[in-house]
Design a protein. Structure first.
Length: 111
DNA sequence: TGAATGACTCGTC
DNA sequence: CGACGAGCCATTC
């Protein structure tokens, strides 16, 4: 896919450190398209087809809710993976979201 | 080409 | 604090 937009999303998503999560808006913002947060979510759908695979489970909405968990093969996989990486998840939402939140804008350098 | 859709976000009630 | 509505943008039919 020459959809560079998605590629950028994957790039950011892949940069998400283990045990950390980020929001669609944050990724979109890092791409310079803060308003295209929805596209980030759509890109995540392609994540399964993308390679290397993208840790879509580390991407949640601005509230830390696992909005896209139902899109996983087993909807519970997302939460499972996050917990496995050390991210506490309760009621489909990330616990201490602010603490585990990973801001791409601060980590990524456009140098 | 116009209309519909979505793993979002924000402001109001 | 929870529910509702409108805005935004790229992709698809």
């Amino acid at each position: 896919m020459d959809t560079n937009f998605y590629e950028q999303v994957y790039e950011i998503a892949r940069l998400i450190p283990k045990g950390r999560v980020t929001s669609y808006g944050a990724i979109a913002k890092s791409l310079g398209a803060a308003k295209s947060s929805r596209m980030v979510g759509h890109a995540m759908l392609y994540a399964g087809s993308a390679y290397p695979k993208v840790p879509a489970h580390r991407v949640v909405n601005s509230s830390g809710l696992l909005t896209g968990k139902f899109h996983f093969k087993p909807p519970e996989l997302m939460e499972k993976l996050l917990r496995k990486e050390g991210v506490e998840v309760n009621n489909d939402k990330v616990v201490n979201f602010k603490k585990v939140f990973w801001n791409p804008l601060e980590e990524i350098n456009l140098d």
